[in-house]
Write a protein that binds this ligand. Structure first.
Ligand code: FAD
Length: 465
């Protein structure tokens, strides 16, 4: 049986039960709107997915998020503040791989002078950069081009390339500074120097009473706590899992066709919020003629990523694991993009006497590696861990997750996708689109996107009243 329509003389449909859609649904519900969430899979959370097994806590997708105002507000609204967990202080240390070994990232000018990560020439260039005057023009630049202009190629190879692998699993030569790193772009536009701009931004944070560097956050039961709490705060009848939205017809009301267990059904709504990946947006017919106004989004690059979780006895790993983790520059020629020291960040991710590591493979750098079967990939990854961290023997626990389309790449030219989204919204009153395709890829960006979508949908309904 197709589930009966909730008794909502219209209301708002939220398509997508990831963190963006659930946040939008919660905010609208809290304002007194009727909402219905459509989620094609049998679970809520989208990319957020936590597994508990044999004393291990495995995050299949995102591992943590950054402390921030949108998160703080949401946790207060949901009564979740007490469950928030901060990463241990050791997480402030980070490592980069150079010449086959882990080197700490310098945390201040003194460490910069002595670090073996960069040549003397590069260090002198870093020290001189605060005196730079040149500002970038209005035309977008790749992140690599921007940074190369300020600091030279060695910083691109040994700092920016691994950093981007850790955030986007992407390529700094292709990623747009303007869209992928908007705050850095603003700094580049307003200050001659990126270092002076960053210092000014940290001072501004301090003046607002915030920590100069945001803390890393999760929950004792893992990130799934957040979508679970959002879902629990909504009336059960408002959430329809295993229900894929397959077409929309604009009008007053909108008609929404969905499929549940192979059966199609139609519902009517005052407004539609789309919080889904680019592929869904691209394929969605909007209008009676079957037109797909968001078809250009088929071209958004979403490289695959494999996430491998390993548990070892503490005595199997020689490295002290005293940090957030290690990122691997492409020029080092390894199989892994990076490794998180998961149980250093949050000790309860491993049973007593054990450690947990989360390794990412693939991205734009080596998409074919991510597609390998876990039994083929595992030995390659373990070989890297042996050489880099001094791991001995086989893991006592392991789990692999494959993300065929992990993270959208905000590459140069991304504005054409954003323009298509804006045009679709302009042409169809009552349609609102957001989430990781449009508003930024981090969980905090997506939480903020949920708030933004709720606000614009609510304003639209008020303007019609
Ligand atoms: C491996 C990995 C690691 C990451 N690590 C981090 C991290 O450590 N920190 C961080 O801040 N961010 C991280 N991210 C990014 C972050 O997790 C995502 O950007 C964010 O979760 C996206 O949320 P969303 O709600 O916009 O989309 P999604 O989570 O993708 O949710 C969209 C939902 O829409 C549903 N859907 C699709 N089509 C339809 C349809 N036709 N009808 C109904 N439902 C549909 C999908 O099933 C899905 O549940 C990571 C992402 C990945 C993949």
């Amino acid at each position: 049986m197709f589930p009966p329509s909730p008794d909502n003389k219209y209301g708002i449909a939220i398509v997508g039960g990831g963190v963006t859609g659930l946040t939008a649904a919660w905010k609208l519900h809290a304002q007194g709107h009727r909402v219905t969430v459509f989620e094609q899979s049998d679970r809520l959370g989208g990319a957020i997915s936590t597994m508990h097994r044999d004393g291990w806590l495995v995050e299949h997708g995102p591992n943590s998020l950054m402390e921030s105002t949108p998160l703080d507000v949401l946790l207060t609204e949901l009564g979740l503040q007490a469950e928030r967990q901060y990463a241990t202080p050791a997480a402030k240390n980070r490592y980069l791989v150079r010449d086959g070994r882990l080197v700490p990232v310098p945390l201040g000018p003194h460490q910069l002078v002595s670090t073996p990560l960069f040549s003397l020439r590069t260090k002198l260039r870093i020290l001189a950069e605060p005196f730079a005057r040149a500002r970038v023009g209005p035309a977008d630049l790749s992140l690599a081009a921007l940074v190369r202009g300020h600091f030279g190629q060695e910083i691109v190879d040994y700092a920016i390339n691994p950093l981007v692998a850790g955030i986007y699993a992407g390529d700094p030569e292709k990623l747009s500074t303007k869209y992928a790193f908007p705050r850095l772009w603003e700094v580049a536009q307003t200050h001659g120097s990126l270092i002076r701009g960053q210092i000014a931004a940290m001072k501004a944070r301090r003046a607002r009473g915030e920590k100069p560097v945001a803390r890393i956050v999760s929950f004792a039961r893992g990130l799934q706590t957040l979508p679970n709490a959002l879902a629990a705060a909504l009336p059960p009848a408002t959430i329809r899992t295993r229900t894929a939205v397959v077409s929309l017809t604009p009008g007053r009301p909108w008609k929404l066709v969905s499929r549940h267990d192979g059966l199609a059904g139609t519902d009517e709504f005052d407004a539609i919020v789309l919080a889904v990946p680019a592929a869904t947006l691209a394929q969605l017919p909007i209008g009676s003629s079957g037109a797909r106004p968001l078809a250009p989004l088929e071209q958004v690059e979403y490289p695959p990523v494999a996430s491998l979780f390993f548990g070892f006895r503490r005595d199997q790993v020689a490295h002290p694991l005293d940090g957030f983790g290690a990122l691997v520059p492409e020029v080092e020629g390894r199989s892994v993009l990076g490794v998180l020291f998961s149980s250093t960040l949050f000790p309860e991710r491993a049973p007593a006497g054990h450690v947990a590591l989360t390794v990412y493979v693939g991205g734009t750098r080596q998409p074919d590696l991510a597609r390998l079967a876990p039994e083929e990939l595992r030995p390659r990854v373990l070989a890297d861990l042996r050489e880099l961290l001094g791991v001995r023997g086989d893991p006592v626990f392991s789990h692999a997750t494959f993300w065929p389309h992990a993270i959208p790449q905000y590459n140069l030219g991304y504005e054409r996708f954003l323009d298509a989204i804006t045009l679709a919204e302009t042409q169809h009153g009552g349609l609102f689109i957001g989430g990781h395709v449009r508003d930024g890829i981090s969980l905090v960006n997506c939480i903020a996107a949920g708030g933004r979508l709720a606000e614009v949908a609510s304003q639209y309904l008020a303007s019609r009243a």
